[in-house]
Ligand binder design. Structure first.
Ligand code: G4P
Length: 518
């Protein structure tokens, strides 16, 4: 029988981040295939389409060919219990994309070899990096003509500010792509283009596989890596200071297996999480976990909400009674769910690093702590700075109650952030991270709460939480002070220039990009 310790050591919980179209879905699919979690490639996409078909409001996503919701998938591979948190990579996403990263212990960043570091990658990387978690890079689409590998490494270092270390090196690219040399294991993976297959050979045998000029180029590159680059340091990887870089092609399934093998070796097991009584270690006895995401309408037959809980410590068992610390209530978890690529099922037991889905009767908020009786709470759930703002109005006053309920529930889910005037007057301002959220809000308010609303976009693009003296804005209309849901003051500003001017003028005011909900 495996012990609690075995289950901790073998756990790996990570998220894949990328700019749209870099190949995240394709790589996910290949990883799941290795894990035996799906039988054929295409299942992840097919499953997404199915999920879309099942849920009405997701029609918006479908129209635009994007997916708004993140999923959590578990698979077993080589003795590891792997939890893959899937974050949507499209332009319009909500805070729960960011929050999903709070549940991960490491991140895989997929980069298109032809495009390099793209805007969405930068945003998501910054969230991972602010938590100092290890970031592994997969440079994808080597089967196509891409940019020079050195160029790509340099761009990652310069734009993202993280050191890189190539774990393998491509031999050729596009039509000349012959394979990759695995620096870590000192072997060559030969790409058999005709059969879309690969063979692993040792360094000596590699000579027969590739032309002289390509071999020389590889030898030169290896020399440079050994001489000029930073030495590989596992410690730096763990601290999030150095990103191991793997080249490959997800669609050709090339370099994916060696990536997965090395990644799982280097990626950390479940890590401690901060709380009101100090860091909670995964080996601590007694179950504990936090809610990092709430998702509605997983099943449209009955309007359900699922709260996703990341287990931080101890062992979870079906039917156990846990303490919902914020409300002080004891709840019995009788129908907890776990998610495989093709289905969700009732989970009997789970451990640190695992994610379980709980039926939410309207009790849970993002950041809520569950324990086996203890009173501490996990800390450090930021509210991220929205970038789009609007005024909202109810069309028919009679529906006020449903309107309030809808706003409150959708705020708890993290779809929107609600702000109030400083005098707590009736006007409501909304903030979202991606503008698509406004459309989703309008649609869901109508479909789920029967409420028609009018949304009027505002010109602000920046929100900053204020510490210290509030600025006197008078009739100045390019900025406004509002209160967030916890009545913390927030400055809304039109642009960076205005923000800089206000900061120069109000030296006693300190501004923060996110609020820390403690
Ligand atoms: P995403 O989740 O990051 O948005 O990317 P996704 O995997 O959907 O891949 C985006 C496009 O890139 C897809 O093509 C996919 O087939 C292609 N792709 C992924 N990995 C590779 C690779 O290693 N090499 C090459 N050449 N292409 C790759 P599409 O035409 O947009 O979609 P589809 O019709 O192939 O599904």
């Amino acid at each position: 029988m495996s012990t609690l310790r075995d289950n901790i050591v073998s756990g790996r919980t990570f998220a894949i981040i990328s700019h749209p179209d870099a190949g995240k879905t394709t790589l996910t699919e290949k990883l799941l295939l290795f894990g035996g979690a799906i039988r054929e490639a295409g299942a992840v996409k097919a499953r997404r389409q199915q999920a879309h078909a099942r849920s009405d409001w997701m029609a918006i996503e479908q129209q635009r060919g994007i997916s708004v919701t993140s999923t959590v998938l578990q698979f077993h591979y080589n003795g590891y219990r792997v939890n893959l948190l899937d974050t949507p990579g499209h332009q319009d996403f909500s805070e729960d994309t960011y929050r999903t990263l709070l549940a991960a212990d490491s991140v895989v960043m997929v980069i298109d070899a032809a495009k390099g570091v793209e805007p969405q990658t930068v945003k998501l990387f910054q969230v991972a990096s602010s938590r100092h978690i290890p970031v592994f890079t997969f440079i994808n689409k080597l089967d196509r003509e891409g940019r020079d590998p050195w160029d790509l490494l340099q761009e990652i270092e310069q734009v993202l500010g993280i050191q890189t270390y190539p774990m393998n090196w491509p031999v050729g690219m596009g039509l000349d792509f012959r394979g990759i040399y695995d620096i870590h294991h000192r072997r060559f993976e030969h790409f058999d283009r005709a059969n879309q297959d690969y063979r692993i050979v040792d360094y000596a045998a590699m000579h027969d596989q590739i032309p002289d000029d390509q071999r020389h180029a590889l030898e030169e590159a290896l020399e440079l890596i050994m001489d000029a680059g930073e030495p590989f340091s596992e410690q730096k990887v763990t601290q999030g200071l150095l990103s191991p870089v793997f080249f490959g092609s997800a669609i050709a399934n090339f370099g994916v297996k060696s990536f997965l093998d090395t990644f799982l070796q280097l990626a950390p097991p479940p890590t401690p999480r901060p709380s009101t009584i100090g860091p909670i270690d995964p080996s601590r006895e007694g179950f504990s976990g936090f809610v990092f995401k709430i998702q509605a309408n997983m099943n449209p037959q009955h309007r359900d909400r699922i709260a996703f809980v990341r287990i931080v410590s101890g062992r979870f068992e079906r039917g156990m009674a846990v303490n919902h610390v914020r409300s002080g209530r004891v709840i019995r978890l009788s129908q907890p769910q776990q998610f495989l690529a093709q289905d969700r099922f009732i989970v009997e037991e789970a451990f640190a690093g695992d994610v379980i889905g709980l039926h939410d009767p309207g009790l849970f908020h993002i950041g809520d702590t569950l324990t086996e009786g203890e009173q501490f709470e996990f800390t450090g759930f930021p509210r991220f700075s929205p970038e789009h703002f609007a005024e909202i109005e109810l069309k028919y006053a009679l529906k006020h109650k449903q309107y309030q309920r809808g706003l409150s529930e959708l705020t708890e889910e993290g779809l929107i952030q609600v702000f109030h005037p400083t005098d707590l007057g009736p006007q409501i301002y909304l903030g979202v991270v991606g503008p698509l959220q406004f459309e989703v809000l309008e649609y869901r308010m109508k479909m789920e709460y029967g409420v028609d609303i009018t949304i009027r976009p505002l010109n602000y693009s920046i929100a900053r939480w204020i510490e210290g003296t509030l600025p006197e804005l008078g009739r100045f209309d390019r900025a406004r002070v509002v209160l967030d849901a916890d009545e913390q003051p927030v400055l809304l500003v039109e642009d960076e220039y205005t923000l800089a001017r206000l900061q120069e003028k109000h030296t006693n005011m300190r501004l923060h990009e996110s609020s820390l909900l403690v």
